[in-house]
Write a new protein. Structure first.
Length: 247
């Protein structure tokens, strides 16, 4: 498969995966990035995704470059902004895996509260028609956090194409469809505002009707996280969307 992105074939591109637990499964048999890479023949990739990650910072979030999951307590540093800090540190330390990326795929939001109002979101970008400095954006909000992540990634990797994915369906009692839909709609709006690519993984084939919390369903092993079938559906769907954007 050929493409025209910087004269490289798709299989020669370098991919960065960011996000929460679904992406943190990475190259395991239940990780959608595994099937993404297999479908496109990708060999160069890295992942900073962490289970439980949020877009939005907490009141006491500190960017220590070490976002980790804590099973029995919330970790205020487990945010997408702190994943960016980790990426920055690795790049500055000369880690070859983080020297450059062609594609950056971000998949988060299911663990966050619902997005704020249009007025709060707008305030993270402009005031009286003028863009506010990035440092003044409130990263405790969806708009401020997503703006921060996208712009900081652009500073480090100006030639990379960014993709933002929506959360997928789950057991209705755990993640009601309307909440996932509204979060996806907001992410679509943010993608447009930041002029980055958007992938609506709500259409990947994972249907909450067949999933139940704590049980292995058609696509989810526990009503929330993919089994092998769900990981394949999501990975191949995202791969098709990325390939279509590049061809």
């Amino acid at each position: 498969m050929e493409n025209t992105f910087n004269g490289k074939r798709i299989q020669d591109l370098s991919i960065l995966f960011m996000g929460d637990s679904i992406t943190a499964l990475y190259m395991g048999e239940r990780g959608w990035p595994k099937y993404f890479c297999e479908k496109l023949g990708i060999e160069k990739h890295a992942c900073t995704a962490v289970a439980g990650s949020h877009w939005c910072d907490y009141e006491d979030t500190v960017y220590d470059g070490n976002p980790v999951f804590k099973k029995d307590e919330p970790n205020p540093n487990n945010t997408m902004g702190n994943q960016v800090e980790k990426i920055k540190n690795k790049k500055n330390e000369g880690d070859k895996a983080f020297s450059d990326f062609d594609i950056i795929i971000m998949a988060a939001g299911t663990n966050d509260k619902m997005p704020e109002s249009d007025e709060i979101t707008d305030a993270q970008f402009t005031k009286e028609g003028v863009f506010i400095p990035l440092e003044e954006a409130d990263r405790k909000t969806w708009g401020g956090s997503i703006r921060y992540v996208s712009e900081k990634l652009y500073e480090m990797y100006p030639n990379a194409i960014q993709f933002i994915c929506t959360p997928v369906q789950a057991d209705e009692k755990v993640r009601p469809f309307r909440s996932i839909l509204k979060k996806g709609d907001f992410l679509k709006e943010m993608s447009a505002r930041l002029s980055v690519r958007y992938i609506d993984t709500l259409y990947c084939g994972i249907y909450g009707r067949y999933e139940k919390w704590g049980e292995n369903g058609r696509c989810l092993v526990d009503g929330l996280h993919p089994n092998v079938n769900g990981a394949k559906k999501m990975g191949e769907f995202v791969a098709s969307a990325v390939a279509a954007a590049l061809l």
